[in-house]
Design a protein around this ligand. Structure first.
Ligand code: ITT
Length: 196
């Protein structure tokens, strides 16, 4: 089965491909020749995920999915949350986002946080959402150079290394994205047209 993944984030494409079995073929926007800036104007992950998948579905009229992910920190009342990509200012710049997070977390003893992913699938024009959560904690400094985004400052529950120190294979055992994807693929296997 072939699906367009409505994202401009190459790391997400790699992780999703790595987590899927060979039954599914994922085409990124770049590969589909779609150079569309996808808006994320809403204040929930759910609404932004819908916006991304609907934008591509309305443009191309083909089945597709998107995902929106946020890092939700308990001591910061859920920040950066839906603003994770642009926490430090309005331009996405990752070093600054982590610097701001570590600065705000300096006085906090409660380091609890979670990554939350919401996948929005548009199939035959109807939307279905799937959520994946990974609980963990924010470290005091960056460790590791792997992964992307906030990975160097997040340790998943049950892990001893940050996501930044893990291989993609290791991150998959804990990851929010892999959990949401598992629900998506289970749903697709139950509901897809066998001819596809
Ligand atoms: P698309 O909207 O094109 O999919 P994006 O990079 O804008 O890509 P999001 O809005 O979903 O993606 O992501 C919010 C931010 O959270 C983004 O800057 C990521 O770097 C960060 N992020 C998302 N997933 C992450 C993960 O698994 N590990 C670390 N950081 C992550």
């Amino acid at each position: 089965m072939t699906l367009i993944f409505a994202t401009n984030n190459d790391h997400k494409v790699q992780e999703i491909r790595n987590a899927l079995d060979s039954h599914f073929e994922i085409i990124s926007l770049k590969e589909a020749g779609i150079h569309q800036d996808i808006p994320e104007p809403h204040d929930t992950l759910e609404a932004n995920a819908t916006e991304k998948s609907r934008t591509i579905f309305n443009l191309k009229g083909i089945d597709c999915f998107s995902e929106d992910t946020g890092l939700e920190v308990e001591a910061l009342q859920g920040e950066p949350g839906v603003k994770s990509a642009r926490y430090a200012d309005n331009e996405p710049g990752f070093a600054d986002n982590i610097d701001k997070l570590l600065y705000k977390m300096k006085p906090q003893t409660n380091r609890n946080a979670r990554f939350r992913t919401v996948i929005s699938l548009i199939m035959n024009g109807d939307e279905h959402q799937f959520e994946g959560i990974c609980k963990g904690a924010i470290t005091h400094e960056r460790t590791g150079t792997g992964g992307f985004g906030y990975d160097p400052v997040f340790i998943a529950e049950g892990a001893t290394q940050t996501f930044g120190e893990m291989t993609m294979e290791e991150k998959k055992q804990y990851s929010h994205r892999a959990k949401a994807l598992k629900k998506l693929t289970a749903w697709l296997k139950e509901n897809q047209n066998p001819a596809q």
